[in-house]
Ligand binder design. Structure first.
Ligand code: PRP
Ligand code: MG
Length: 209
């Protein structure tokens, strides 16, 4: 698991979004800044190839090229909050969708819909699921990728907030998937919501509270 450096900047962004009185606009602006950091960190875990360019002063710069075979897959609905940033960072990137909803009573994830790029098995996949509470939803989404032939080592889970239990469960079931997160919480309450937490990420981001 790769936890973003807990800098003052990141903690201030987290403070802004965790405030129950944050406006919808502030929630979106500040969470998107954290999402950008997560995605940049996740992209950096993919394999880069060597590339040389000639600089304006006529010299050679020995650099690297962004990985080409990469796509994003969002776990609808909360995961869709990460799509705009990803599309801005990697223009033209293909985005697959997996609709999973956690049953309010049983807390079990239910799969309703999936639509993935056809040749996803040869891609590196940034799997976007902001919340890892019990870890059930993220694992159910990973199962969909596995069924589509994506090897675990080609998956990077982009996660905003994780519980220790969820992280442990996920990494035990999928030790080869790299996980990038911005915060590890103290635990979960009786409704399987993380504490101190952020509430319902999807509801707050999309203004459906
Ligand atoms: C929430 C959240 C995660 C999931 C995390 O989704 O967005 O997907 O619960 O819980 P878990 O790790 O215990 O499975 P939810 O289905 O409530 O709604 P959403 O449509 O807002 O994503
Ligand atoms: Mg969800």
């Amino acid at each position: 698991m790769l936890l973003l450096p807990q800098t003052s900047l990141l903690r201030a962004l987290h403070t802004a979004v965790r405030d129950r009185n944050a406006s919808g606009r502030d929630f979106e602006i500040y969470s998107r800044r954290i999402i950008r950091l997560l995605l940049e960190t996740g992209l950096d875990l993919l394999p880069f190839e060597k590339r040389e360019v000639t600089t304006p002063v006529g010299e050679t710069y020995h650099g690297l090229e962004f990985p080409r075979r990469v796509c994003g897959v969002s776990v609808v609905r909360a995961g869709e909050s990460m799509e705009t940033e990803l599309r801005e960072m990697v223009p033209g990137i293909r985005i697959g969708k997996i609709l999973i909803q956690r049953d309010k009573r049983t807390k079990q994830p239910e799969l309703f819909y999936k639509h993935l790029p056809g040749d996803i098995h040869t891609d590196h996949v940034l799997l976007m699921e902001p919340m890892l509470a019990t870890g059930g939803s993220a694992l159910a989404a990973l199962d969909v990728l596995r069924e589509a032939g994506v090897p675990d080592e080609n998956v990077v889970l982009i996660n905003f907030l994780a519980s220790p239990t969820g992280l442990e469960r996920f990494s035990r079931a999928a030790p080869d998937v790299k996980v990038v997160t911005s915060a590890v919480e103290d635990g979960m309450n009786e409704n399987a919501f993380m504490v101190p937490g952020i509430g319902d990420f999807g509801d707050r981001f999309f203004g459906t509270v």
